[in-house]
Design a binder for this molecule. Structure first.
Ligand code: CMP
Length: 139
């Protein structure tokens, strides 16, 4: 059975452009409840840990530099079928391939600076959420 939580973070391009409020509004209007939220900034080392699964990819170094270049807004979200429904809401990784009306179609600048992250499985949603939040901060 699909789980009811996912993890997201609004990335430095979208936070820096002042789109945190607009994106958060779209998330809530799509039926997701915000369980935890904060504004923070990753060091390059922490970004490297978060994206360790992509270590062998040619874009890994640039991705870690980019993800530590400014503030981010990580969140834990709740909704039935959360992981799949949230990935539909954000659209494809490459904003040029993202469906009209998706968050990346509306706000992303490039395949790297693509506005927002969404977990790709229930297991990763749990791992990624725990990277930023401990149990006491959830409500
Ligand atoms: P995200 O969904 O957070 O997961 C991995 C990230 O790596 C992705 O969003 C993009 O920000 C980045 N990424 C994925 N593919 C590429 C690529 N081909 N070139 C540069 N960055 C990429």
């Amino acid at each position: 059975m699909a789980g009811n939580r996912t993890f997201t973070m609004i990335k430095p391009d979208a936070v820096g452009a002042g789109n945190t409020g607009a994106i958060t509004k779209m998330i809530e209007e799509a039926g997701f409840r915000i369980v935890a939220i904060k504004k923070t900034q990753l060091t390059p080392e922490r970004a490297g840990q978060f994206y360790a699964v992509h270590k062998a990819r040619p874009f890994y170094g640039d991705l870690c530099a980019y993800m530590s270049s400014g503030a981010i807004v990580p969140m834990i979200l709740e909704k039935d079928n959360a992981v799949e429904d949230f990935r539909k809401l954000i659209g494809a990784t490459d904003p040029q391939k993202a469906e009209p009306g998706t968050i990346r179609n509306l706000f992303a600048k490039s395949i790297e600076a693509n506005a927002i992250h969404g977990s790709d499985s229930d297991e990763n949603a749990s791992i990624e959420g725990s990277f930023f939040f401990s149990g006491l901060e959830r409500f």
